[in-house]
Design a protein around this ligand. Structure first.
Ligand SMILES: NC(=O)C1=CN([C@@H]2O[C@H](COP(=O)(O)OP(=O)(O)OC[C@H]3O[C@@H](n4cnc5c(N)ncnc54)[C@H](O)[C@@H]3O)[C@@H](O)[C@H]2O)[C@@H](O)CC1
Ligand SMILES: [K+]
Length: 510
């Protein structure tokens, strides 16, 4: 789903208005959507709703709610936080509120307003929408605190007041919503921390703008939804064979890091690849093959200095020429053989190549190798690896993750998957996707190997690199969320992610 900025939403609104869709109708639909959600979730009859309205159109949505809730026999109070509405649109909605709505001006009766908030069953937050900048002004801090201190269910209209629409920043107080009803599509605040953490459950509703009009906007950012993910995995044709589902060549693992190869290989096998071929140092073959039955193995040897023995090169080249995707780096180490393997892959592969872990660390020594490769490349750095790759400090990467991933993708001509809370997928053409699944239980050694195996498996099956990266990250996070429910964030392990992949795919295939 697209994530549009405040300015884009304003432009969309103007375009719709020019096409004959009245703004007042959009406001009516916005209020109606919030009331519809409340009717669906709660018993409203005879309950007390307090609607906090600012002077902008977000307040206008609140007045519409006040009218519709009164018609449903809800006892409604409207708190005017900034006095009478400033816009003509909001003023029109204010004017048609029924007499039964009790209207109180916060600037004159703050104490009464706060008591009403404390006694409310539902609080609707129409204080600020996408026109908000900066922080909640000093004279409204106590109001927002009273909204948050109440035991009422809080429903924010469009976005939680106090959070900034376009970057999710929260610079002071912010309404902590149970639900946020937003309009037309997501805005950055719904997916970017810390704003997203104040939204509660986000429900996107139409205000009457046609979908094709929304489709005409190039989004600042996108997020995947369950239906979009499902659409990527149509049923496998009845008449098909393993050759139709790709051949993934994994160059992973080294002495001391055999587990990384096992996890990446197991994850790839669980994501539908026709054949997984694994290149391993001969010495770790017994470990890996005792854990993985399905792959075929290509074994290589190194000399005492860790250099690749030339006799192994041809076999690797052959595997490379037959692969439909290559995964290189999980637990590979940084000995001379690893460096030589990476150079060989980036020089000779024409199929998509995924670089993870030591593959990225080695590539950081000469990033032109990546930029000049004829293969479509996907990199899956964590913030530390990203810092090394781009010659930055980790804090600089974390400060603006989206910008950093976007710059790296452009500079490396590669799809970059910047891992961490809110994994960012950046494509060289400027497309940006934010992953919304996953949890801190996944912050453990091995999770990255699983992710790399999953994305590589999708690449091997012919999925577009940007989509494979985004779908892999989404499903990986979904498996993580399922693991956290079942095993707890503390106890869950990366191998549990792999073991839950069949359940995840069952849900996706249905
Ligand atoms: N674009 C759309 O598709 C629709 C928008 N609607 C509503 O309209 C809203 C946007 O309306 P507006 O553009 O009037 O914006 P807001 O309702 O967010 O109000 C902005 C007002 O707050 C003031 N303000 C901003 N930051 C402040 C601060 N830190 N301290 C004090 N005052 C501050 C501004 O000066 C302005 O007067 C949306 O969020 C949504 O709720 C809906 O009515 C229907 C459709
Ligand atoms: K709001």
């Amino acid at each position: 789903m697209k994530v549009l900025s405040g300015a884009q939403i304003r432009a969309l609104e103007a375009k719709a208005a020019a096409a004959g869709i009245p703004l007042s109708g959009m406001m009516e639909n916005a209020g109606a959507a919030a009331v519809r959600l409340m009717r669906k979730k709660f018993d409203l009859l005879g309950k007390r709703a307090v609607i906090v309205c600012g002077k902008g159109n977000n307040g206008g949505d609140g007045y519409v709610c006040a009218r519709l809730l009164t018609e449903l026999s809800v006892k409604v109070t409207v708190i005017l936080a900034q006095g009478r509405p400033a816009s003509g649109l909001a003023a029109a909605a204010f004017a048609v509120m029924p007499q039964d709505v009790y209207v109180i001006d916060y600037r004159e009766s703050a104490q009464t307003a706060e008591q009403l908030l404390a006694a409310a069953d539902y609080i609707l937050d129409g204080l600020f929408g996408f026109g908000f900048h900066g922080s909640i002004p000093a004279d409204l801090i106590s109001l927002v605190r009273a909204m948050n201190a109440s035991g009422a269910v809080r429903v924010s209209l469009d976005l939680p007041s106090g959070a900034q629409c376009d970057n999710g920043a929260v610079l002071g107080e912010c309404v902590c919503a149970d639900y946020t009803v937003t309009f037309s599509t997501y805005k950055p605040v719904h997916v970017l921390a810390p704003g997203r953490d104040f939204c509660g459950e986000v429900v996107v509703s139409s205000v009457g703008i046609p979908a094709q009009m929304i489709a005409g906007f190039r989004p600042a950012l996108s997020v995947y939804s369950v239906p979009e993910i499902k659409a990527l995995f149509p049923p496998r044709p009845a008449i098909s064979n393993k050759g139709d589902y790709g051949k993934l060549f994994c160059i992973c693992g080294s002495v001391g890091m055999a587990g990384a190869a096992v996890m990446a290989g197991a994850a790839a096998l669980r994501c539908g690849t026709g054949l997984v071929q694994m290149a391993l140092p001969e010495s770790i073959y017994p470990i890996v093959s005792s854990r993985l039955t399905e792959p075929v193995f290509t074994l290589y040897r190194t000399d005492a200095d860790g250099a690749f023995l030339p006799e192994c090169r041809e076999e690797i080249r052959m595997a490379l020429s037959k692969a439909t995707a290559v995964l290189i780096g999980c637990g590979l180490g940084k000995r001379p053989a690893a460096r030589e393997l990476l150079q060989l892959v980036l020089r000779e592969a024409v199929c998509p190549v995924l670089l993870d872990a030591d593959g990225i660390n080695l590539a950081s020594e000469n990033i032109d190798m990546v930029a000049n490769s004829k293969a479509p490349v996907v990199l899956t750095p964590h913030p530390g690896e990203m810092a090394r790759l781009m010659d930055l400090r980790t804090e600089e990467v974390q400060k603006d993750r989206i910008d950093c991933a976007a710059k790296a993708a452009q500079q490396l001509h590669a799809v970059v998957v910047l891992k961490g809370s809110g994994t960012v997928i950046a494509a060289p053409d400027g497309e940006l996707i934010l992953n919304t699944t996953g949890n801190p239980g996944m912050a453990k050694g091995g999770s990255g190997d699983v992710l790399a195996g999953m994305i590589a498996a999708l690449l091997a099956q012919g999925m577009d690199p940007t989509i494979a990266a985004a779908a892999g990250a989404y499903l990986h996070g979904l498996a993580g969320d399922r693991c956290a429910e079942r095993y707890s964030e503390h106890a869950m392990l990366p191998t549990d992610l792999v073991n839950l992949l069949p359940e995840i795919f069952l849900a996706v295939e249905r």
